[in-house]
Design a protein around this ligand. Sequence first.
Ligand code: RM4
Ligand code: MN
Ligand code: MN
Length: 424
Amino acid sequence: MQIEKYKIENHNESLLKAHRSKFEYSSATIEKAESIVKKLTDFQVAIPSWALGTGGTRFGRFSGGGEPRNLEEKIEDIGLLHALNKSSGAISLHIPWDIPENPSHIKALAAQNGLQFDAMNSNTFQDQPNQQLSYKFGSLQNVNAAVRRQAIDHNIEVIRYGAELGSTSLTVWLSDGSCFPGQLNFREAFQNTLSGLQEIYKALPDNWKIFVEYKAFEPNFYSTTVGDWGQSYLYTSKLGNKAYTLVDLGHHLPNANIEQIVSLLLMEGKLGGFHFNDSKYGDDDLTAGSIKPYQLFLIFNELVEGMDAKGMNHATDLGWMIDASHNVKDPLEDLAQSVEAILIAYAQALLTDSKALRQARQDNDVVKAQEILQHAFRTDVRPLVAEARLRAGAALDPIALFRNEKIREQLIKNRGTKTVATGL
Ligand code: RM4
Ligand code: MN
Ligand code: MN
């Protein structure tokens, strides 16, 4: 289904007066308001194809009804979200959950919905029906060369699908590792993984990047073969200049200083992309900004500062994607909340007074430095984010419109209550 333009316009009309007065106040009090609005309009966050259904845990999954039944319906859902916020103009596919059987049709459908194809994701962490060899003891790290071959071939196949759709990057997340001491030779696991990645790297088209995503634990609980940013950096620096590290916010040990990791990876030109989500304990995949919004802001602060230092384009030089999926919310409402939280953190980072911050650091004025950051974090930038949406033709309040138009109810009517989208 699609949401008609006039419905968005009527919705905006009803909220316009209140919005105008808030925006006027913001423009009068925030020096860079205009340039921030412009940057917000350009900033797009890709949506993963596996986040349109309710996520499960190992204990169960509670489908919400109206979940997309195939790739076409997933594209439709992201198209809807993008129509509501004009900030979700890309989709990231997971193979084999979402094989584009007819690439030109899928490409056309995405274009109709204003969507581009973001990074392709391979999957060697599950066994598929009819798969010859099992990944139970790992994929690229496996002691059996035939299993490694199968995993390499799968990744090359994913690149091929992506090339047909116009994607330009491959994200490799491996669940490889071990559950018990003694199970693996760490060095051999690393070497096997590296040579597998090298073969995959060779299959990348010229304009492609490969993102090596790390994760501290789960499903392996003793060691993980790409377990942290240092290990990912080792792989990517050995691979070459098309290889980058991908940071998923939920993939660190508790209390890790992610903003520092981001800053150093950027400094080394090895930060490739982001998976946004939030967590309290582990890879919880909760809505971005729902648990630790200050951390999200501090990360954006390093991103903006580090990208500016290198003259990078905020919107296009890194891959921005949500990677969240959980048990309880309507997935589309949840994604709308995540995108909003990301844009808020980005806008706050943009208004940080970097010159004053540099001076405070120079003076070792710790109090001042904290004041500067917290001033930015405590500034209400929601009117700027809403204004960017308004100018782009999106809804002033996407969730309110989604609810008023009873979009989920319509999706349930069209698709049924018992549909289950492919994914986790
Ligand atoms: C992993 C990791 C990957 C994602 C899968 C579904 O924990 O975050 O990026 O593709 O989950
Ligand atoms: Mn991820
Ligand atoms: Mn994850």
